[in-house]
Design a protein around this ligand. Sequence first.
Ligand code: F6P
Length: 321
Amino acid sequence: MKAIAVLTSGGDSPGMNAGIRATVRTALTSGLSVFGIRRGYQGLIEDDMIPLKSTDVSNILQRGGTILHSARSEEFRTSGGRIKAAENLKSRGIEGLVIFGGDGSFRGANDLQLEHSIRVVGAPATIDNDIWGSDFTIGFDTAVNTALEAIDKVRDTAAAHDRLFIVEVMGRYAGFIALEVGIGAGAEEILIPETVTDIPTICRKLTERYKGGRTSSILVVAEGDEAGNAYEIAEKIEKHSGIKSHVTILGHVQRGGNPTAADRMLATKLGYGAVKALLDDAAPCMVGVQNGVINRHPLADAWTRKKDLDKLLVQLGSGLE
Ligand code: F6P
């Protein structure tokens, strides 16, 4: 193998730049040349790629976002799109591809490998942390800390005005962010898609707490909760109990900002691990870090195996009064 390429795909996550840097520098010191593909698979289809040297990835480690930009490409879901992508890689002699992204991005990589024999390695990068095979995904820790800082501020005004706030955090299909943020912020209730949201019970507990002397409350809700988004939950609570609330949607603020130390370490390990997997001829695979160790898994594990929430955290999230 003489040349590889790297791209970032799907929702960006803080730490992607650290991952790109580790990929590029590991490849260069291993004697490979490296190309950076801009705008994920869409850029690959449009042949938007540049050779990267070591200095091109200087001073990016600490920055959020991704210098390569990201996209969700509809065209890459088609076999025609993947034919163009493979042609662009092959015309430059690129045999291996490192993808920073989530399970959707890994599915695309798998198709590219099956149809065109491009060696692919996935490195899990999404703030949602919902990928099996890695204890954490790149960006999760930063997103949790960003949300936590915001909710601490909401707590101040909630307490000052004796109000109920419903704070929505990201997580379309999973409650990892909501659970950790909820526990870290001392939220009175944490609403996640993995557990049943029972509005009458929530209302009863809120009322009991008010009777017991509590004057303000924070509810943290994952955007993918089955009972609805924060506005819908607010409406249901008011309808059921008459308790009014204020809604705060943290949204994309959670995707930005300088990555935490934990995300920089994780991304550096995964970038390094991805290149080593290509050099060891272990692709296709996904690299993950479990108990501090870099592991390799079949790519399909990313979408066929479900990562469970930490059971103790679930218990603590609903039990500390
Ligand atoms: O990357 C994951 C994520 O941030 C989810 O938590 C969220 O639902 C989604 O992406 C938002 O995607 P977009 O920025 O494309 O609207």
